[in-house]
Design a protein around this ligand. Structure first.
Ligand SMILES: [Zn+2]
Length: 66
């Protein structure tokens, strides 16, 4: 399972059409609790963990936290 971290800052300066996102292969992360907090390089907001396989980002409510 891939782990994806997404910036949920509506004022993010990321130039892409969607939110800035970083994705890691699950095999590269032993335990998500061991991952240090990740921050968006564009706005400095803390990135929110999104689980990729089950839920597609476009189906998520913007105000919902997982
Ligand atoms: Zn951002």
């Amino acid at each position: 399972m891939d782990l994806s971290y997404s910036c949920v800052n509506h004022n993010c300066s990321f130039p892409g059409a969607n939110s800035f996102e970083m994705t890691f292969k699950s095999e590269s992360i032993m335990d998500e609790n061991n991952v240090a907090s990740l921050f968006c390089p564009f706005c400095g907001n803390e990135l929110i963990l999104v689980r990729v396989p089950d839920v597609f980002p476009e189906n998520l409510s913007k105000d919902r936290t997982i």
